[in-house]
Design a protein around this ligand. Structure first.
Ligand code: PMP
Length: 469
């Protein structure tokens, strides 16, 4: 198996100081989502500082963070408003347990989240990473049904090609084989609904002349049948609204969410919206659910919530769910779930800083404008013989490479075409981190038109490099 793409130097040779840091890192750090052996020939990239969209190595090489550091860094690195909120918080309260105690940052943040999220979500439960927020929603849903006398409702429905995190519960409702298959014996067994993924690369999927809306409607008819068949035992259905991000930035039409909300209401199934990646403006509305004008029973938020500064996650739910847990202690209905750093004041302050940045101007108009620019600046890719599709939702633009676009034949995963694109882009000062054959842009919203132009040029080059025989 060819697991070693041609070794392009990722960046100019590292100085002795950087080389030493890289060696020390390889000696003691097990890096995430990485075959560590790759780093025998693929240099780690040391980062000494960051500002706005720019990362800087100890040797002074500057790199545009075109993926917002795993989609977290929505307002660029070290945004002054967020930094100021954090500094002020450090002077007063670092951390306190949230059981039996409370503090201003967590209360203010909860008030603001209740006001900003879809109407009807009124209670905030905190965790410190996205996977945990998903597991909070899963547990709350099952526990709700138990508390209201429906203990048989313990299963979940989830989308094919969905992704909800890496911890066992979250992985259990995911369907990306690369992450899931090895651990199958440890995982939940969800009811899988066919993804409404409108990509032309989906085998047996949307026809070239079929609109996203028509296809999403058609796909929903199949999902509805499955939901009906399992409604008695289903606690909840969990989805990534509009974009299946880790599954390759696969996208679908908002009508599917509207139809899902109606079906969940009719069948008595909770709807969990995992907006960990799509939340806080990424799709051109503050939340992806806003495109469909729906309120889920649970919404999971993380990543952008602190502008990419500190780990924080929150699961919001409605009064109906909250009240099913609210009873005398002896009834055993309480939600006895906790994480040590639940509602950490510093992370909440960073989130308040992030929301203060949102208040400064009409960011959704900016996101939509930058989205337009991304679309026009990547026009050349839509004619590229090895590009099956360029698709976009707000400030997510994805380019699907294919061996034979017309036959919907992808490049073999072992080719590691995306890695070639990553290597090339780094030499040109841009951080792309493709998902297999999908190259994508998901830059911070503070990127300038000139910086975005450069990113798009490098993306076009990277596609050429990655698709060479
Ligand atoms: N859900 C979605 C939709 C995600 O994109 C991710 C992270 N990529 C997660 C859940 C998991 O979040 P975390 O990595 O913070 O656990």
């Amino acid at each position: 198996m060819n697991s070693v793409p041609p070794a392009a130097p990722a960046l100019p040779a590292a100085s002795p100081r950087s080389a030493d840091l890289i060696a020390r890192s390889r000696a003691v750090v097990w890096h995430p989502c990485t075959q560590m052996k790759d780093h025998e020939w693929l240099p780690l990239v040391p980062v000494a500082k960051a500002e706005g969209v720019w990362l800087e190595t100890p040797d002074g090489h500057r790199i545009i963070d075109a993926v917002s550091s795993w989609w977290t860094n929505i307002f660029g690195h070290r945004h002054p408003v967020i930094v100021e909120h954090l500094k002020r918080q450090l002077d007063t309260l670092d951390h306190v347990l949230l059981a039996g105690f409370t503090h201003e940052p967590v209360v203010s943040l909860s008030e603001k989240l209740v006001a900003l999220t879809p109407e009807g979500l009124s209670r905030c439960f905190y965790a410190d990473n996205g996977s945990s927020a998903v597991e909070v929603a899963l547990k709350m849903s099952v526990h709700y049904w138990r508390n209201v006398g429906r203990p048989e409702k313990t299963r979940f429905a989830a989308l094919s090609n969905g992704y909800h995190g890496e911890t066992l519960g979250a992985l259990g409702v995911g369907d990306t084989g690369l992450y899931r298959d090895t651990y199958k014996s440890l995982l939940l067994d969800p009811v899988v609904l066919p993804s409404p993924d409108c990509s032309l690369m989906q085998v047996g999927g949307r026809g070239a002349g079929e609109s996203w809306e028509d296809y999403s409607r058609r796909r929903f008819a199949d999902a509805r049948q499955i939901l009906e068949a399992h409604a008695d035992t289903l606690a909840a259905v969990i989805v990534e609204p509009l974009v299946q991000c880790a599954g390759g930035m696969r996208m679908y039409h908002a009508i599917w969410l509207k139809l899902l909300r109606e079906a969940c209401d009719a069948l008595g199934i909770h709807l969990i919206a995992d907006e960990i990646a799509t939340g806080f403006g990424r799709t051109g509305q503050l939340f992806a659910c806003d495109h469909a004008n729906i309120t889920p029973d649970f919404i999971c938020l993380s990543k952008g919530i602190t502008g990419g500064t500190l780990p924080l996650a929150v699961t919001l739910t409605n009064e109906r769910v909250y009240e099913a847990f609210y009873d005398d202690y002896a009834t055993g209905k309480a939600f006895l779930h906790s994480h040590s750093y639940t509602g950490n004041p510093l992370a909440c302050a960073a989130a308040l800083g992030t929301l203060a940045v949102f208040d400064q101007c009409n960011w959704m108009a900016i996101v939509r404008g930058l989205g337009q620019l991304m679309w026009t600046q990547t026009a050349a890719l839509r004619q590229h013989p090895q590009v099956a599709e360029v698709r976009q939702q707000g400030m997510i633009l994805a380019v699907e490479l294919a061996q034979s676009p017309h036959q919907r034949a992808p490049y073999p995963a072992a080719d590691r075409r995306g890695l070639r694109a990553y290597q090339h882009a780094l030499t040109r000062g841009v951080l792309l981190r493709p998902l297999g054959n999908t190259l994508y842009l998901m830059p911070p919203y503070v990127i300038t038109a000139a910086e975005l132009g450069r990113v798009c040029d490098v993306l076009i080059e990277a596609v050429d490099v990655a698709t060479r025989p």
